[in-house]
Design a protein around this ligand. Structure first.
Ligand SMILES: [Cu+2]
Length: 151
């Protein structure tokens, strides 16, 4: 009898493991890894802070894009947008109350002075994407460019 129970226990473990090896589950429902990017700064410097992002495939990220500068800026990367699954872009009031969630393919986000947007995504594809830029005329030339690497 003891042997049968032991055997059943081993089989249960085996089939549980087998099931787990087929799928990682819903990757958009993880606790997000928070990362911050500032668009420009108070001094009026036209740059991304930081201008290099290192991400991993399969993790849910909450990219908090903040504009502390006196002018509007864009966070734009064609190549990066094609390497991630976007769960949502969330817009909130300054006190943190959600206003809107935007779903679907996102290529570019414009953030107004003093405002913040959150981009929730899961990287799917590895690569080094060097086309991050602010698309406002003159800003990329002034140094508002960056690199996003996914490992
Ligand atoms: Cu800009």
């Amino acid at each position: 009898m003891k042997l049968i129970f032991s055997l059943m226990f081993v089989l249960t473990i085996f089939f549980t493991q087998l099931e787990m090896s087929f799928a990682a589950g819903d990757m958009t429902k993880q606790e997000p890894v928070e990362i911050y990017v500032n668009l420009g700064n108070e001094k009026g410097e036209i740059k991304f802070f930081p201008n290099k992002l290192l991400l991993e495939t399969g993790k849910l990220y909450k990219l908090i894009i903040k504009n502390n500068s006196p002018q509007k800026h864009y966070f734009s990367s064609d190549k990066f947008s094609q390497a991630v699954f976007t769960r949502k872009v969330q817009i909130s009031t300054s006190s943190g109350k959600p206003i809107a969630e935007i779903k679907g393919l996102v290529r570019e986000i414009e953030v107004y002075p003093g405002r913040t947007a959150e981009w929730w995504f899961v990287p799917l594809k590895t690569g080094k994407f060097d086309d991050l830029r602010c698309t406002i005329p003159g800003h990329a030339e002034a140094g508002m460019v960056g690199v996003i690497e996914i490992k």
